[in-house]
Ligand binder design. Sequence first.
Ligand code: CP
Ligand code: NVA
Length: 309
Amino acid sequence: MRLRHLLEVDDLSPAELATVLDLADAPRPAPVLHGKGAALLFEKPSARTRNATEMAVVQLGGHPVSLRGEEVGIDVRETAEDLARTLSSYHALIGARVADHGVLERMAAVASVPVVNLLSDRAHPTQALADVLTLRQHYGDLAGRQLAWVGDANNVFRSLSLAATMAGMSVRAACPTGFGPDPDHLDRVRSGGAEVLATTDPGEAVRGADVVVTDVWASMGQEDEADERRRAFAGFMVDEHLMGLAAPEAVFLHCLPAHRGEEVSAGVVDGPRSLVWPEAANRMHAARGLLAFLLGDSPLGGSVAEGSV
Ligand code: CP
Ligand code: NVA
């Protein structure tokens, strides 16, 4: 069976994405990791992703082994390729959060088990799965719904814009000049026939939207740019005024960690339209659905990866 990796959401087809979400909602998943291990490697800090993915592995009958970047020294102590080959010999799955997306591609090229992106500088696909799961639980069918992104067109935006449009939504992104989506990414999202608009006006993006989403202005690894970005993103805070332009029942998402008073006001993130806590909880359910798909006998052909145990 073909080995499947998930480095970005569109490694799945739209039908496969729906299957992953169905598996995430399934109350009693098949123990596809029974007696097997999952290596989870983190080059950057994590609260949600590490805990959600470890617990998803446990719920599928497996044993997670989390590793910090500094203890394995990717491309310092040994190459990413040698590490991927080594971890493949103990584990049924490798998950990795890396500074450089290229490292994931190199690991996936030589691994003999699925490699899952747990966040890179370019993408955060497991977050996007949880976000679309949260929206599907809230709204049901997402076809025709409108998602507004306000802020940096970063890793979270890239994955979410793919996942949302694959689920039938349209996307409008409002980003300061110089921080908007790159044309290649817009082409990639539009290649599936999706409607995507890029603007520098938060009001234009949010007007009538069913969902408003933001993320930090300075991502992990961009700490040195924080002051400059704070200046560039002035006027892009999602606050009560901006939410007031959205549809009357619009909801708010944020992957967390959040900075109240910067990209989002406390009144919005802690307010009645915020779904950030179900969204955070869904990281575990979405991870479980994804691993069940990649490691199980899904009707749509997820691979059966042979663990070493
Ligand atoms: N949303 C998210 O990925 O959180 P962590 O960085 O805490 O894993
Ligand atoms: N864009 C953020 C997401 C954190 C979960 C970052 O990369 O730091």
